[in-house]
Write a protein that binds this ligand. Structure first.
Ligand code: IVH
Length: 675
């Protein structure tokens, strides 16, 4: 049974890997980050190591890259194009050197020399030369068979088309990396996530004329098949490459000793943001070809080389500027504009500095060298400053005390913590501050709010810049004749937009309240308020009746929300907006809440997968019947509903607290929904 489960899990991962691989190599459209892709690969290989019975021809352990695309003719590499094994730490490097020395059975005082080469993050290619002429160029493909991309490679200036040097071998495959310079990538930022994708996309265009449009470079570093090569080690080979007219990496070095490798690695990591090409690590190759030959290969990687990778979630860069962004609630957020750096496959050029206090605490200045972290979906942020690299002339950063709208900013006093907030804000001026107004409009059209097809945050921003919208009601009175004439629009797109906007004129009260972006009124509170007021008219006259304190009777609404709602209604501009929206929208009444439902005073939590019913549906069934849902097991919980593969910990804690554990059928029976 367990064996079956493991196999199922393994095959699922293989299938995912196949899919990501295809997107990455065949379509140049990666759908996950490089680091997530590497993690998946690692998980599969670890499973194979642990359970010897797991095997698949599609396993990453059998593969390099992906099968060549159908756009090009295929050809075999005379000598396969291998991959490199990775090292992530000093410990990994010590082990690599130990293993190498053991294999060669050399004494511990034997000095291994490495050719040390920055690992450019581009696309590898193999160039076949016969009698000094460039005759064919292949992509790596799956390592054994590549695509014939000769015509596209011929457009690259760095690739010598004819070599006349006497010592150039009669036949040789020169291998290296095709890449695009970071400075050239700037203009392609909108189209590709990183320079590597841009290079790959350009190199594999069907039409070489399209390849020519994107300036590609080539750096040579190794060879495949050869006939007549008279060189004994890698560092001499690199020198020869230069003599023959190839570009080689200016940062190549010859080094021995792990501590010196680490020293070089640290120095290059600090320089990374200043380089005009993307590198994702450093390659160490045993320099002596005779030793390389003895070491040979394992599976699809040589035993004589290793890639020392940079972290996939942290990188060092430099702050070029600090910008202050104004959020929807008026918060001033400092954002560091950094020299673009690739972190785990994503080019990062902005990193949040959180707030004024954080800048003071870390003493962050424009020009500083900083470590930036990008983990998961979290916005990249500055983790630390390397003050040892600070030049004396850098001035302390003075946080602006005024919002760009001209208003003095404030730091609120938190009554609970008895401290001033770390965040500086433009006082709650709402639509009166044009910086806040723009953010409020972006919120108004967001997914959970009006969610207008084809009218996302970017369009809101653009229409704002073009002065087409200033207040929410403007969205429903757009000048479509003007929009039709905008760059990239036209009749069809403008008609489509009109259709989607009109479609959203009908909206539920809870979505409407949420879309107003009243501070402290998120999705949940908007729902609570909608149920309380039931209709837009009752909500709107709140300002007239002035009976805000009644709101405190609503379960879930406290002093903080009350102050915020009061402040919203106290502004004439907001009341005017409500009146104007009332004219153009059809705001639907909220369903009356059933306070006497079957599940009154009962709380529920779902764990595991349910059958033919979604969690959202269960939640709404519970709420319709006056029950509540909670997010964790505690004494307050009455029922834990378990589906397939429930979270073990939740079930155990529920048992310990003697909470009733029921399955889906029992739950529906309680509701009298089953026959
Ligand atoms: S040597 C057998 N040298 O890294 C050795 N590769 O994962 C294989 N790369 O496909 C190549 N810089 O795209 C080598 N100086 C360098 C490199 C380098 C970048 C890339 C190359 C290769 C991948 C290996």
């Amino acid at each position: 049974m367990r064996k079956n489960l493991i196999k199922k899990e393994y095959l699922k991962k293989i299938k995912q890997f196949e899919n990501y691989n295809k997107k990455y190599f065949d379509e140049n459209k990666p759908i996950i980050s490089d680091s997530d892709f590497d993690n998946l690969k690692y998980e599969i290989i670890e499973l194979e190591k642990k359970y010897q019975y797991l095997k698949s021809k599609n396993s990453p352990s059998n593969k390099v890259g992906f099968k060549p695309s159908k756009n090009f003719k295929k050809a075999n590499h005379k000598v396969p194009m291998l991959s490199l094994s990775n090292a992530f730490s000093e410990e990994d490097l010590i082990n690599f050197e130990k293993k190498t020395a053991n294999f060669l059975s050399v004494k511990s005082d034997f000095k291994l020399f490495y050719s040390v080469e920055p690992k450019i993050d581009g696309i590898s290619a193999s160039l076949t030369y016969e009698n000094g002429n460039f005759v064919r160029g292949l992509s790596r493909g799956d390592g054994k068979e590549g695509e014939d991309i000769t015509d596209n490679l011929n457009t690259i200036k760095d690739i010598p088309k004819k070599i006349v040097s006497k010592d150039f071998p009669e036949a040789i495959d020169i291998r290296g990396e095709v890449f695009i310079r970071n400075s050239k990538f700037e203009n392609l930022r909108d189209k590709f996530a990183n320079p590597r994708n841009a290079a790959s996309g350009s190199l594999r265009q069907k039409n070489p004329e399209d390849t020519k449009k994107i300036p590609l470079n080539f750096i040579a570093y190794t060879f495949g098949f050869e006939n007549g090569l008279k060189v004994e080690n890698q560092s001499d080979f690199l020198k020869k490459l230069e003599e023959w007219g190839f570009k080689i990496n200016p940062l190549n070095k010859l080094i021995s000793g792990v501590e010196n490798l680490i020293d070089n690695y640290n120095k290059i990591e600090k320089k990374r943001a200043d380089l005009d090409f993307d590198i994702d690590g450093i390659v160490y190759k045993v320099n002596d070809f005779a030793l390389q030959k003895r070491l040979g290969n394992v599976a699809n990687a040589p035993r004589w080389a290793v890639a020392h990778k940079f972290s996939s979630n942290k990188a060092i860069s430099q702050i070029k500027d600090i910008e202050i962004q104004i959020g929807r609630t008026g918060a001033l957020t400092p954002v560091a504009k950094i020299k673009p750096i690739n972190i785990g496959g994503v080019q990062v050029s902005n990193a949040t500095l959180h707030n004024e206090d954080e800048i003071i605490r870390k003493d962050i200045r424009i020009g500083d060298t900083v470590t930036v972290e990008r983990a998961g979906d979290v916005i990249p942020h500055v983790v630390s400053v390397d003050t040892s690299r600070r030049k004396n002339i850098l001035k302390k950063f003075i946080f602006p005390k005024k919002c760009p709208c001209g208003y003095e900013t404030i730091k609120e006093f938190n009554k609970i913590t008895k401290k001033f907030d770390a965040v500086r804000r433009c006082p709650d001026r709402g639509f009166e501050c044009n910086r806040i107004a723009k953010e409020k409009l972006k919120h108004f059209v967001s997914k959970e709010a009006f969610n207008i097809d084809g009218f996302g945050k970017k369009i809101a921003e653009k229409f704002w810049e073009l002065n087409l919208i200033r207040l929410p009601q403007d969205i429903f009175k757009l000048d479509y004749d003007k929009i039709e004439k905008l760059d990239g629009w036209g009749k069809l797109s403008s008609d489509n937009l009109r259709y989607s906007v009109d479609e959203k004129k009908q909206i539920s009260l809870e979505r409407f309240i949420y879309s107003l972006g009243i501070r402290h009124i998120g999705l949940e509170n908007a729902k609570i308020l909608a149920r309380y007021f039931e209709s837009f008219q009752k909500f709107k006259i709140l300002s007239k009746k002035n009976n805000y304190n009644d709101l405190l009777n609503i379960d879930g609404i406290g002093e903080t929300q009350l102050v915020s709602i009061k402040s919203f209604f106290s502004k004439n501009i907001n009341v005017k907006i409500l009146n104007e929206l009332d004219k153009v929208l059809n705001i639907q009444d909220a369903k009356a809440v059933n306070n006497k439902g079957l599940l009154k005073n009962m709380s529920f939590l779902v764990t595991g997968k349910l059958n033919n019913i979604s969690r959202a549906e269960v939640k709404s069934l519970i709420e319709e019947n006056s029950g509540t849902t909670v997010s964790s097991v505690s004494k307050k919980l009455n029922y834990l509903i378990t589906g397939e593969k429930p979270t073990k910990k939740k079930v155990e804690s529920a048992k310990a607290l003697k909470i009733k554990i029921i399955d889906q059928d029992e739950f529906l029976r309680i509701l009298n929904k089953t026959s």
